[in-house]
Design a protein around this ligand. Structure first.
Ligand code: 8YV
Length: 320
């Protein structure tokens, strides 16, 4: 019997065309809204493979409902939306999309750093709103980036590329990670420090760590208080590593100078969220990996992982 694949997001026809040649493919086709959870549970019941994204909660119930499931291909490098231990118990392969998104996500993290430090979004609005009537020496004056200290929290592959970008700005590079990264030290001159020292010494704190039990709520008021008052905080990893109320309080009380955020505790974030009211916050809708080139590679990798597992070959990028 033809094996069945369910795709939880509308993907371009050319991406799924190769799958359609050999498999029975069904796809959620509404671009403007995600598949309701109950519907996903129903769809997964007779699926051999599921192609999913970060927005879907691939929990034990869903994995158990998919009693024919051989693979869940998650279109993201992170897989905190997947219950990995249940997948292991049930013998379901989970794949992610590492490497292909590293450079684009690092670009976005660095762009957020620059945009926040140089007040670029505020400045663009200023011009577009017709407020640019005259010149004054400190009009929209931001903070220098070159030759400053960047502190990278999470020196994985994306962290290393951000560090590489930072060398082009002659920055002093500090990092904090679960383990030492000798290659980042040797090749990029990054210096390993403990978390508190990184907070105290950095002008830019860039968070790129995965979301785990240990990293959840890593950035609390206590952490922000340890930063310089001129510090800019950038988060391109996962929202829940930050206590958003604490970040808001740190920003309004002037404990830090600004924040560039690509991720939030609840996504999509409510437009009325207090953080979005602050001019020193640059907010992006989780677009770290969102370039045409990279998203195409991510989709292709998901397709290839599914093809491999459904034809009894090894997955290309399994997470365990
Ligand atoms: C997601 C991400 O891929 O890869 C990750 O972990 O956070 C993003 O690149 C994107 O939101 C689609 O799920």
């Amino acid at each position: 019997m033809t094996q069945r694949i369910f795709i939880s997001r509308k993907l371009p026809d050319e991406v799924i065309a190769p799958l359609k040649e050999n498999y029975d493919v069904k796809m959620w086709d509404k671009e403007d809204r995600p598949i309701p959870y109950e519907e996903l549970v129903k769809e997964v019941k007779d699926a051999d493979a599921l192609l999913t994204t970060l927005s879907e909660n691939v929990n034990k119930e869903l994995l158990t409902a998919g009693n024919k499931l051989k693979i869940v291909a998650n279109m993201a490098v992170g897989y905190d939306n997947v219950d990995i231990s249940s997948a292991k118990d049930l013998g379901i392969t989970i794949t992610n999309t590492p490497d292909v998104l590293t450079e684009s996500t690092a670009d976005l993290a660095f762009a957020l750093l620059l945009a926040t430090a140089r007040r670029m979004i505020e400045a663009s609005e200023y011009v577009k709103n017709g407020d640019w009537k005259s010149w004054s020496p400190l009009l929209l004056a931001g903070h220098d980036v070159h030759r400053k200290t960047i502190g990278i929290v999470g020196m994985g592959s994306i962290g290393k590329v951000v560090a590489k970008r930072a060398t082009g700005f002659d920055m002093n590079i500090l990092y904090y990670n679960r383990s030492r990264k000798q290659d980042a030290e040797d090749e990029l001159g990054a210096k390993y420090v403990d978390f508190d020292e990184l907070l105290a010494q950095s002008d830019f704190i860039v968070c790129l760590t995965p979301l785990t039990e240990e990293t959840k709520d890593m950035f609390t008021r206590e952490a922000f208080k340890k930063m310089k008052q001129t510090a800019v905080f950038v988060n391109a990893s996962r929202g829940p590593v930050v206590n958003e109320k604490d970040l808001y309080d740190a920003l309004v009380s002037g404990e830090i100078a600004g924040a560039g955020l690509d991720v939030f505790v609840n996504e999509p974030i409510d437009a009325d969220h207090p953080l979005l009211k602050l001019k020193q916050v640059v907010a992006m809708p989780h677009i770290g990996s969102a370039t045409g080139e990279t998203r195409n590679k991510m989709m292709k990798l998901c397709v290839e992982n599914i093809e491999a597992v459904l034809s009894n070959k090894k997955a290309i990028t399994p997470v365990f």
